[in-house]
Ligand binder design. Structure first.
Ligand SMILES: C[S@@+](CC[C@H](N)C(=O)[O-])C[C@H]1O[C@@H](n2cnc3c(N)ncnc32)[C@H](O)[C@@H]1O
Length: 216
């Protein structure tokens, strides 16, 4: 079985308990950090937003409210298990759509979205998938529009820091060092302006990356 199928199966198995696990692990049963993330995504009524590696779709509901009935929110994930949980959660949202796809091969036209988001998932992509995903995001974003990526910040607790480093090094040592030391530079290879924003918990950070003002 190809590695990506094992990874998919892992997320499928995890999907049933994912929301409970996140609430417990992050001590955030109200999904406050994802609500904060949705608030800072600079979109308005009528806009189109793509959330990659959407998981159980918690962010999609907040984004759906923000862009309203005239807008569109698309959540992409390669795990049908995760998407099934998201579907049940989002039944009442007519403007939210779910699509099964690998983040590195986004099935959308060039310049289709006003914003692209990714929450607590980018670090879990393999090195070559990370590069492919960033290239895909640049392609599907409108010129000058933002990609926002929320990730765990380096934790103060030694033990939690150790666990994060284990996760990084499971991607390969070279990739781990790039992310730990040169994350901003990595994003700057794809986007013209990259800024870091803190979150209220201090445990997550958000990278706000503006797409080039290019013509297709
Ligand atoms: C840690 S979860 C994050 C879910 C959600 N964004 C959140 O904030 O809770 C990572 C998600 O990324 C998805 N994923 C991992 N690799 C992927 C890939 N190559 N393409 C699409 N989805 C992927 C997994 O199926 C999983 O749902």
């Amino acid at each position: 079985m190809p590695v990506s199928n094992y990874r998919r199966k892992y997320y499928d198995l995890f999907s049933g308990v994912y929301d409970k696990f996140v609430a417990f692990h992050s001590k955030d049963s109200q999904a406050n950090v994802r609500q904060f993330f949705a608030r800072v995504v600079p979109v308005q009524a009528g806009d189109r937003v793509l959330d990659i590696c959407t998981g159980t779709g918690t962010l999609l509901a907040y984004l759906g409210k923000k862009v309203g009935k005239s807008g569109l929110v698309v959540g992409v994930d390669f795990s049908m298990g995760m998407l099934q949980v998201a579907k049940e959660k989002l039944e009442t949202f007519q403007n939210v759509h779910l699509i099964e796809s690998d983040a590195g091969y986004l099935p959308f036209k060039n310049s289709a979205f006003d914003a692209v988001t990714c929450s607590h998932a980018f670090y879990e992509l393999k090195g070559e998938t990370q590069d492919r995903t960033l290239r895909s995001i640049v392609r599907v974003l409108k010129p000058g529009k933002p990609f926002l990526m929320m990730e765990h910040d380096i934790p103060e607790s030694r033990f939690v820091r150790f666990l994060l480093y284990v996760r990084f090094f499971s991607m390969g040592a070279k990739r781990a060092i790039t992310i730990l030391k040169h994350e901003k530079e990595m994003l700057q290879q794809y986007f013209r302006d990259v800024r870091k924003m803190e979150t209220p918990t201090g445990r997550s950070k958000i990278w706000v990356c503006l797409n080039e003002d290019r013509s297709d």
